[in-house]
Design a protein around this ligand. Structure first.
Ligand code: SF4
Length: 228
């Protein structure tokens, strides 16, 4: 995909959604870190349902240490891997108290040294809490980057590095939000909704024309409109 087409894609995402945000609910960087840590292999909706049970009285790492692993596990038992996540979240909170004066560090190495915090979690925290132009590659970003030919790669890190190199600077901070939301609601894994896609004309997926035609037929629209 050439640079101009890539720029048009992000310009279209920006026009459709000028201020994209994570769908995780949080009130401060610490709550964001915990929400992202809990979100592995589960949906943001499930995480929000769980965090609403304890975020009202857990605002700081010290609060979470005081709550303790067993109590946290009870609050989050509706999400997958809740015991491991409770253990990591409390251990992370304890390290924040002991090593970082109860603050979330704006530093990749320090973040990735925390229990349960990997590269993707660090990228989300650096971006959403501190405004850093990082690229968190989750399952949606990985799929879209390959499907659209935006930044094809065999591994998340390969896709991340391509996106960081090739995304126009003015779109870098918001790019991963647009890709996640597009993957979650439009370019889904099993049934991409090409007929409703704002970047249809720029996408290089070979099946998009057939899917746009099928989508319009199912809505009773004329096939003539489906010629891009
Ligand atoms: S045209 Fe279809 S395959 Fe391409 S980005 Fe849009 S929804 Fe995804």
């Amino acid at each position: 995909m050439n640079a101009e087409k890539r720029r048009r894609i992000f310009a279209k995402f920006a026009a459709a959604n000028p201020s994209p945000r994570t769908e995780l609910e949080f009130g401060n960087p610490f709550q964001l870190l915990i929400a992202v840590l809990l979100s592995a292999q589960t949906t943001d909706r499930a995480v929000n349902a769980a965090t609403r049970r304890f975020f009202p009285f857990v605002n700081t790492p010290a609060d979470l240490v005081a709550l303790g692993e067993e109590s946290l596990a009870e609050h989050i038992r509706t999400i997958g891997l809740y015991r491991t996540k409770a253990k990591n979240a409390v251990a992370t909170a304890r390290l924040l108290v002991e090593r970082h004066a109860g603050q979330v560090p704006c530093d990749r190495a320090a973040l990735e040294a925390l229990p349960g915090v990997g590269r993707k979690t660090a990228n989300v925290v650096l971006n959403c809490a501190f405004g850093e132009p990082t690229m968190a590659v989750d399952t949606h970003v990985f799929r879209l980057s390959n499907r659209m030919r935006l930044a094809p790669g065999k591994t998340p890190i390969e896709v991340e590095q391509k996106l960081l190199r090739q995304t126009p600077a003015e779109y870098l901070r918001d790019a991963h939000h647009w890709l996640i939301l597009h993957g979650r609601y439009v370019c889904t894994a099993r049934a991409p909704r090409c007929a409703e896609c704002v970047v249809f004309d720029e996408c290089e997926d070979s099946g998009r024309h057939a899917r746009r035609k099928a989508g319009r037929r199912s809505r009773g629209e004329s096939d003539v409109q489906s010629v891009a």
